[in-house]
Design a protein around this ligand. Sequence first.
Ligand code: NAD
Length: 256
Amino acid sequence: MQISFAGKRVMITAGAAGMGRATAMAMHKLGATVFTCDVDEQGLASLPEGITTFVCDVSDSSAVNAMFDQILPGGLDIMVNNAGIGGPTKPVEDVTDDEWSQCMSVCIDSQFYCTRRVVPVFKANQSGVIINLVSAAGILGFPNRSPYVAAKWAVSGFTKSMAMELGQDNIRVNGIVPGNVNGERMERVILAHAEAEGIDPAEVRRLYAIGTSMQCYVDPEEIADTICFLCSDYGRHISGQIVGVDGFTETLYPRT
Ligand SMILES: NC(=O)c1ccc[n+]([C@@H]2O[C@H](COP(=O)([O-])OP(=O)(O)OC[C@H]3O[C@@H](n4cnc5c(N)ncnc54)[C@H](O)[C@@H]3O)[C@@H](O)[C@H]2O)c1
């Protein structure tokens, strides 16, 4: 099996770090013309030459529109809605309006803003692929993470609905559930959880692992590989799926 994205134009949000960066690099390596954006200018600058970058906060619809005004005249084939933030770790009664709306706007509003712009191009081509980054928090409950859970369940619903709405135009829409992904973000989440519950971070790390059937953490490159597969011709009849790359998360909150 060999995948080539030669001749394909791809947009991946939040490509300066983590899974977005791994996906941008993987698609670039497979021959795609890659566009990415982020709020981290320095992170973007460290991407290899040949990847076109935009400093853009994807929770801001006018910034998103200005970015797509530059990209879309040349066409687009694949959209990866990757940006998302973890939101606060605290009981619902302590969540502020700003914390709630910031998490919602980065995790789900951004996917709407980007999807709304690329769909007319995909419809005109009668072809296109959209990948939305979900989370196990978008298919399970997770106490003390209510803004993130609500936003990611919205992503799951948006993904299923877009697959149904756009399938007749040969546009495929799938979600990815990354599970416990090695990297800085996971470390931040573990520390916040440990602090909120007054337990050792090593214990939180162990609890997250045993919440998955395979008792594992995965690497960002594994997520990138799955995204490449789904976006390639090998995935040409895969749509409406929420695909776990997570050793099967049974629970996000193992009770010992
Ligand atoms: N890391 C995990 O364990 C995990 C698990 C499940 C789901 N996810 C989801 O996967 C996706 C990627 O996660 P990650 O861990 O690779 O991310 P990350 O925390 O490593 O961040 C990736 C990038 O997002 C950028 N970013 C943040 N807010 C932005 C905004 N408003 N506009 C543009 N860029 C912005 C950051 O600057 C950073 O470069 C997210 O949607 C996340 O919710 C992550």
